[in-house]
Design a protein around this ligand. Structure first.
Ligand SMILES: NC(=O)c1ccc[n+]([C@@H]2O[C@H](COP(=O)([O-])OP(=O)(O)OC[C@H]3O[C@@H](n4cnc5c(N)ncnc54)[C@H](OP(=O)(O)O)[C@@H]3O)[C@@H](O)[C@H]2O)c1
Length: 326
């Protein structure tokens, strides 16, 4: 098999030929068709601390593949499957490889409406966006309640969240640091307005500000999330998905105790199987595939090494698929 591997702690990620038998274990064996590139993959490829926790390790937090053999009776040769997170590319061998062996606990069938490439384009980012949208809806946020904010909108999670929310009839405001370059792109995904992320990122914002949002999907964290919470209307819900600006959250309790704001989270890595199946079923039914295709770029396995610098610098639009056989 061919794979992007980190041999030992501190070693650089590289493309290698490896012995599948010697390296991999897991009840379900796959021919990998595609993986995808997420912010976390950029961190892992670049050797940032805190992501990879076992060595040697095949990177790639997503895998889409065809089952070639399974010790688990739930899966048969030929099944098309998708696995997001579940420790792939962190503590278990991941999807930047031509072969994978995975545990069945978090494995989901690719919905019939999606091609393997589209399932990979959705990947962890799109799966996380869907979880966030489901959580907003479950919290009672309705399309008529007011504007829904999506931060980091031109990135992977943000792009899919804008598309999904607009598809459900919400009035979506996209916040981006690339308003000029990506404004048309975000409006084409369904954003009714695009705002400059500088409006939201200032430090020292008041704990309660004029209300603007009925809900929000935030991938940015830090002072941005603090300001978003301070601007959320009575009874609104904000789902925190990421930390592109920072992991800190300088807030007071005032938005919670005076405006009944709810702050929820989305975790794609440890999502239980029932939530995975619900999210993938909804993605298969709802996601606008013309928009998905338009936001997708495909790269080969070797290109995944230099690509880390691009995603970490915030220069990537939408979703990037890794064609592991190219
Ligand atoms: N909870 C989970 O399970 C889960 C799953 C997937 C991702 N995540 C997290 O969600 C975040 C986004 O992931 P992604 O895959 O969508 O990454 P991505 O494609 O790189 O998108 C991140 C976007 O955030 C914005 N951004 C970057 N740096 C920023 C800064 N300093 N301040 C404000 N905005 C900034 C940029 O959008 P604009 O150019 O439009 O401003 C960028 O495109 C990451 O922190 C990732 O770790 C979490």
């Amino acid at each position: 098999m061919r794979a992007i591997l980190i041999e030992s702690q501190g070693a650089a990620a590289q493309v290698v030929e490896a012995s599948e038998e010697a390296l991999l274990d897991g009840a379900v064996q796959l021919d990998v068709l595609y993986s995808s590139y997420n912010y976390k993959d950029g961190l892992a490829v670049a050797g940032a601390g805190g992501i990879v926790r076992a060595w040697p390790l095949v990177l790639g937090i997503d895998v889409v593949g065809r089952v070639t053999a399974s010790a688990d009776p739930a899966w048969s040769e030929g099944d098309l499957v998708v696995l997001n997170g579940d420790g792939l590319g962190e503590g278990r061998h991941g999807g930047f490889a031509t072969r994978a062996r995975v545990r069945p606990d978090a494995l989901v069938r690719v919905p019939a409406s999606l091609s393997p490439l589209q399932a990979a384009a959705i990947g962890t980012a799109g799966f996380t966006a869907m979880i966030a949208v489901l959580k907003l809806a479950d919290a009672g946020v309705q399309p008529g309640d007011g504007e829904i904010l999506v931060t980091g909108a031109a990135g992977g999670v943000g792009s899919v969240a804008v598309s999904l929310l607009a598809g459900r009839g919400y009035r979506v405001v996209a916040s981006s640091g690339r308003m000029l370059e990506e404004g048309d792109y975000l409006r084409a995904l369904g954003a009714s307005r695009v705002i400059d992320r500088a409006e939201l990122s200032a430090t020292g914002g008041k704990p309660l500000q004029s209300t603007r949002w009925a809900g929000a999907v935030d991938v940015v964290g830090s002072t941005t999330l603090a300001n978003v919470l301070a601007q959320t209307q009575y009874g609104g819900t904000v789902i925190a998905c990421g930390l592109a600006q920072g992991a800190d959250l300088p807030v007071t309790v005032l938005p919670f105790i005076l405006r009944d704001v709810t702050l929820g989270g989305a975790n794609s890595v440890d999502a239980p199987l029932a939530l995975r199946e619900r999210a993938w079923e909804a993605l298969g039914a709802e996601l606008n595939l013309t928009q998905l295709d338009a936001m997708t770029t495909t790269i080969g396995l070797a290109e995944a090494l230099p690509f880390a610098a691009e995603i970490l610098a915030g220069r990537v639009r939408g979703r990037t698929v890794v064609d592991v056989n190219a």
